[in-house]
Design a protein around this ligand. Structure first.
Ligand code: NAD
Length: 356
């Protein structure tokens, strides 16, 4: 008999082509917001200003200094810009949403998020910030955006390499949800649906980046992925990527894409249920091979060596990962097992062959 605890997360989602243009004002009215801090940089900043133009009198400040991984000094400047605001509107990818979350964390201000990538951060209560090169993350419901406007039209401009990397990061959220600490039948169902959407839409967007229907399907997969990650939490895969990314300043999404098939291969022998569900969602009996082929189809790097790491680099993080590895990972995480996993991920060798 199944037993579980599931903490559902609140939030309103408005999804559809063109909704950023047609629904943003109505959603802001619904929130009765009168003093908006708009966060967005570069092209997304310009987009945000355009979207807010019909109610520009309500935008009391604009913050454009978004940086990857939210350095603490950026968070502090954004908080200062929010001094008289009653709503934060973020328009951009995970770094922009992350900046809005840093503001909400200390001010308690509500967030309306308009994502322009497939990161999924907009539906999670997870925040992250960096101080002197060290990334800290935490979970706090105050940072969960109350409203999310998903408009696939806004993702048409995302370059294809960033699109497939960001979408592969979403795939990692879904796959890992099957053994993450707060997994449940609910998160499993959401993750499985996410995998189906991502597996078909990623190659479609790669082949035709201006295909709005494929962009919509990828964005829906990313939303499901973020939702599964938000409730199930992070497991071995995310811990490995967190340590590697923090230590060597690696590109976040590409690191996830490389590492995922190796963690899957490591865990599958002891995670029959996950193997079944992931295999079903991928319509393939061998999910490791399916993910590997997907990466190749998307021209993603297959080894950490391609991201600039040496074998000594990956050997050097074994102990750090071991220290935070989840105790209930399906396959017990040993020093030798982790080293083998990382070396294989570094060389890009066939994931299903090396790990026993
Ligand atoms: P990003 O936000 O850093 O954006 C990557 C680049 O894409 C930037 O140069 C940005 O300007 C550009 N860009 C964004 N949207 C665009 C568009 N539509 N057209 C053209 N260019 C566009 O990258 P990301 O992958 O979205 O986010 C990564 C960050 O999000 C990481 O810091 C990661 O830790 C965080 N993240 C957090 C969570 C969470 O739950 N807290 C979940 C996933 C990712």
């Amino acid at each position: 008999m199944t037993s579980f605890t599931y903490d559902g997360l609140p939030g309103r989602v408005v999804f559809g082509a063109g909704v950023a243009r047609t629904r943003l004002r109505g959603e802001i009215d619904h929130l009765r917001a009168e003093r908006i801090l708009l966060i967005g940089s570069g092209r997304e900043g310009v987009l945000g200003a355009k979207l807010c133009a019909p109610f520009a009198d309500r935008v009391i400040a604009t913050f454009t200094d978004v940086r990857p991984h939210v350095p603490i000094e950026v968070a502090e400047r954004a908080r200062a810009a929010a001094a008289h605001a009653d709503l934060v509107v973020s328009v951009g990818g995970g770094s922009t949403t992350g900046t809005a979350k840093a503001v909400a964390l200390t001010t308690g201000l509500p967030i309306l998020a308009v994502p322009t990538t497939y990161a999924g951060s907009e539906v999670t209560p997870v925040w992250g910030m960096t101080e002197r090169g060290r990334k800290t993350t935490g979970t706090d419901r105050r940072v969960l955006p109350g409203t999310v406007i998903y408009d696939p039209e806004l993702t048409l401009s995302l370059p294809v390499d960033l699109s497939v990397a960001s979408g592969s990061n979403a795939m990692a959220h879904c796959v890992e949800a099957f053994w993450a600490p707060r997994r449940s039948p609910v998160s499993n169902a959401v993750a499985e649906a996410g995998i189906r959407h991502l597996f078909t839409s990623l190659p479609a967007v790669h082949a035709a980046p201006r295909n709005l229907a494929a962009r919509g399907d990828l964005l829906l997969g990313a939303y499901l992925a973020g939702s599964a990650f938000a409730v199930a939490g992070s497991g071995l895969h995310h811990k490995i990527c967190h340590v590697l990314g923090g230590r060597f300043d690696l590109p976040h999404a590409r690191t996830h894409a490389v590492v995922l098939p190796y963690v899957l291969a490591y865990n599958l022998p002891n995670a029959a249920h996950a193997a079944d569900r992931i295999g079903t969602a991928l319509s393939r009996p061998d999910p490791v091979a399916a993910l590997r082929e997907l990466s190749e189809k998307l021209d993603m790097p297959t080894g950490l060596g391609e991201l600039g790491l040496t074998r000594a680099h990956v050997d050097a993080v074994v102990d750090d990962i071991l220290a935070i590895a989840p105790a209930d990972n399906p396959t017990p995480v040993t020093s030798a097992g982790l080293r083998a996993l990382l070396r294989a991920a570094w060389s890009g060798s066939d994931p299903s062959r090396h790990i026993t």
